[in-house]
Design a protein around this ligand. Structure first.
Ligand code: ZN
Length: 470
């Protein structure tokens, strides 16, 4: 059994047997507590004699906070021993978000007679007791998504419980706090976050490499920094070295943090592999980019891009304007993955800034994405993959509609300019962000005007349409 422990400070144990290192002792204590809280397995010396009923009542003591973890162990005469916890790595979250976890992993034997299960108070959404080999096969069939340390653990365990198991766990630099660059939440989909001049709080934009046995599609090489461009090119080169060719560079939309590395990647491909590749995007993206570089091919709504080779990979392009006019998403109907660009992001929020942005189009695009029959995961332009696509889309839609309702109320109560509306509606936002909030309000007002719910007079002040109140 493998259990990750994020370094956090809660009530810690004073002593773990056979462990002189305080930090390691604290992590072992956290690991044991998490293991008990999340899957109901207690890995403490002295617990062998507890009945299932007693273990349940211990768990209840902990979850109801009647006792802290150290108190609980003391009270029941239990103790932790470091030799039960084999260290198998320390992984750091990729730089998707400012909040990054430095997580210790331990390998433990599940004690006899204890069956791991997702406990009622668990932070886990679901879980099953499954052989690592079977879980890895599920990932290979794109039935589950896995974060890099878990994927590495499943693969390592699936390769056999051999004498060099721990060595294999520790054999990759990522197991020693080297940040992961190449993230394969799904097989054949590499998420490669690159540092960009994007909008705070985000600092990185996700480039994606979708590949088969023969071809590679590069989506959004967006970094303007040379070191980041080189890192992405090196990852592409690895795939090329395995016998593939780059088919195209595809752009989800026009924003600089999604396109700034296109030329650099093509320069690299020309220098190292003999030829530049075609750049493909929506017509209106191409129009806006024409002074920076030519777009060689237009991608039409509903067009299907089929890659040669294995696995069978077909991506349906969806023209989903709103964030920008020419925004595209790409839906893999076999696996249910959706490259969602900046329409839905795993971190930060989506700016709708007229005239390039349109709230009316954006909501229609979200509704269209929501109507797709087979969605299993969203791969957004920023942040980690989103494993609950329908809930996330519903959340985005209702958030915008609630804001719209508040804005309409503010206009009804006499606020007539974006500035006045922001002052009433965006009370949760720091004044520094007000100019940005004003752009969002303008986007909402344009939609409300198009919907016939507000009107704008000659000097640009808004009022509610009397006969169209809702
Ligand atoms: Zn964008």
């Amino acid at each position: 059994m493998l259990f990750p422990v994020a370094s956090e400070k809660r009530a810690m144990l004073k002593r773990v047997e056979n462990c002189a290192d305080r930090e390691r002792a604290a992590m072992i204590s956290c690991a044991a507590r998490e293991l008990f809280e999340e899957v109901g397995v207690i890995l403490a010396r002295g617990s062998q004699t507890l009945t299932a009923g007693q273990r349940a009542s211990l768990l209840d003591d902990l979850e109801s906070k009647r006792m802290s973890w150290p108190e609980l162990l003391r009270h029941y005469g239990l103790h932790l021993d470091a030799s039960d916890f084999t260290f198998v790595g320390r992984w750091v979250t990729p730089p998707f978000a400012p909040r990054r976890f430095d997580t210790w992993f331990f390998l433990v034997d599940s004690p006899p007679k204890q069956q791991p299960r997702v406990t009622s108070d668990s932070e886990l959404e679901s879980g099953e007791w499954i052989a690592a080999r079977d879980a890895y096969a599920k990932w290979e069939r794109s039935e589950v998504i896995a974060v890099p340390p878990v994927l590495h653990a499943l693969k390592t365990l699936a390769d056999g419980l051999t004498d060099d198991l721990v060595k294999r766990f520790l054999s990759v630099p990522e197991a020693h706090r080297e940040p992961t660059r190449r993230i394969e939440f799904h097989p054949n989909y590499i998420c490669f976050p690159v540092r960009t001049k994007t909008l705070p709080p985000a600092t990185h934009t996700n480039s994606y490499l979708i590949y088969t046995s023969r071809e590679i599609l590069v989506i959004d090489p967006g970094s303007s920094y040379e070191d980041e461009q080189q890192a992405l090119a090196a990852c592409v080169a690895e795939l090329i070295a395995e016998g593939r060719t780059v088919r195209e560079i595809i752009l989800t939309h026009v924003h600089p943090d999604h396109v700034a590395g296109v030329n650099a990647l093509n320069d690299h491909l020309e220098k190292s592999h003999g030829a530049r590749v075609a750049v493909a995007a929506h017509r209106s993206t191409a129009e806006s980019l024409k002074r920076q570089f030519p777009v060689d091919r237009f991608i039409e709504d509903d067009e299907v891009l089929s890659l040669e080779g294995e696995p069978d990979t077909q991506l349906r392009a969806l023209h989903t304007p709103g964030h920008t006019r020419g925004h595209l998403c790409f839906h893999d109907e076999r696996t249910g993955a959706l490259i969602s660009g900046d329409n839905i992001v795993g971190f930060g929020s989506v700016l709708i800034d007229p005239p390039e942005g349109s709230m009316r189009d954006y909501l229609a695009s979200l509704a269209r994405m929501r109507s797709l029959g087979n969605l299993t995961v969203l791969f957004g332009g920023h942040g980690p993959a989103i494993a609950n696509p329908y809930e996330k889309l519903d959340e985005y839609i209702s958030h915008r509609l609630q804001r719209e309702e508040l804005i309409l109320d503010a206009v009804r109560e006499g606020a007539s300019t974006p500035k006045e509306i922001v002052a009433r509606v965006y009370t949760d936002v720091s004044p520094r962000a007000h100019p940005m909030a004003e752009r969002a309000v303008v986007a909402h007002l344009e939609k409300l005007e198009a919907d016939g719910l507000v009107a704008r007079d000659a000097i640009g002040n808004y009022s509610v349409c009397q006969n169209r109140e809702r």
